[in-house]
Design a protein around this ligand. Structure first.
Ligand code: SF4
Length: 322
């Protein structure tokens, strides 16, 4: 590990509901190095978003609870930090952006009012200085006519512009880690590409590490250095993007790669992995992917594979002997 800024160790996050205990995140280990872009990929229901909410201390509790494991930010254990401490970390050190910016922006305040407020919560600054900083941030994220935009309301902006505003807001306190939860899913393809480009540019210019949460391995291929593949609350494969794309080892990762649309052959039928992610909490013996796996063997239905390997880790009995 070079310089980990964020470390997650054997994290288990469960939901306690009337229907019983649901292990949404079931013992995961990963880290993010300073300044890198790490992808966390998987279909919905795999535990990606619960992982990010656990890291940010934003888990709805109850019903969610971190039942074991550690989250370390810059070497400091923040797993069960008090809300005041977490609030300080969020915004100053770590920030998060979500899929639909409209849910995070307040429709009754102008963009400028919201940016100024975000800046002044975390930094001692006059209103005038915060207003100048807001314009600077809007320019940083590539928004045109920034000095007029600060007087406009969220509904006057397009989806792509609103996501840029959210990125500006997240970057307002120079965070060391930015968690982006499906930041481009609600946008159309050309805008998606622009937002991803912007995130790579900001990562290069500011050194902010990014945890990119997505269901789309195509997004990972475009922007990430390493990737963690999650399935049913567990990590099933992890490694450098180039290794995972050239030699995917887990049948689930292989299926996700095959599902990436081929832009050069639009007539080609899209591949999709048969079946669905098991409902969180459903009891499956052995490998959780076995009901969907075309390589499943008898032992896969009784034995839970371990995550093995070092720089390229995989959880599959096909690779048990390596
Ligand atoms: Fe498929 Fe078996 Fe590997 Fe699970 S352990 S992914 S069922 S081959």
């Amino acid at each position: 590990m070079a310089n980990p800024i964020l470390e997650v160790e054997n994290l288990k996050t469960y939901f306690f509901t009337d229907e019983g205990q649901i292990p949404a995140v079931d013992g995961i280990d990963f880290h993010i190095e300073e300044g890198e872009i790490l992808g966390i990929v998987g279909e919905s229901g795999c535990g990606k978003s619960v992982t990010s909410l656990s890291v940010m201390g934003l888990l709805p509790s109850p019903p969610g609870k971190i039942v074991s494991g550690r989250i370390r930010y810059n070497g400091e254990d923040i797993t069960h930090a008090k809300e005041a401490k977490l609030r300080k970390i969020r915004g100053n050190e770590m920030a998060m952006i979500f899929q639909e910016p409209m849910t995070s922006l307040n429709p009754v305040f102008t963009i400028g009012q919201q940016l100024i407020e975000a800046i002044r919560i975390h930094k001692k600054m006059s209103r005038k200085a915060a207003s100048e900083k807001s314009i600077e941030l809007l320019k940083l994220v590539g928004l045109p006519r920034a000095d007029e935009l600060i007087n406009e309301y969220p509904h006057q902006l397009s989806g792509g512009m609103r996501q840029r505003v959210m990125i500006a807001m997240a970057m307002s306190c120079n965070p060391k880690v930015l968690i982006a939860d499906e930041p481009t899913t609600a946008l159309d393809v050309t805008i998606q590409a622009q937002i991803l480009e912007l995130m790579v540019k900001l990562n290069k210019e500011t050194g902010t590490a990014i945890m990119m949460i997505t269901h789309d391995l195509g997004v990972v291929a475009q922007v990430c250095r390493r990737v963690v593949v999650m399935y049913a609350g567990k990590i099933v494969e992890e490694g450098l993007v180039k290794d995972i794309f050239n030699h995917p080892k887990h049948p689930y990762t292989q299926g996700l790669i095959k599902s990436i649309p081929d832009l050069h052959d639009k007539k080609k039928r899209l591949y999709s992995i048969k079946g669905n992610v098991p409902k969180p909490g459903s009891i499956i013996q052995g490998c959780y992917f076995a009901p969907r796996c075309e390589f499943a063997m008898n032992k896969c239905h009784t034995e839970m594979p371990k995550l093995i390997g070092e720089s390229h880790r995989v959880r599959c009995l096909l690779h048990g002997e390596e």
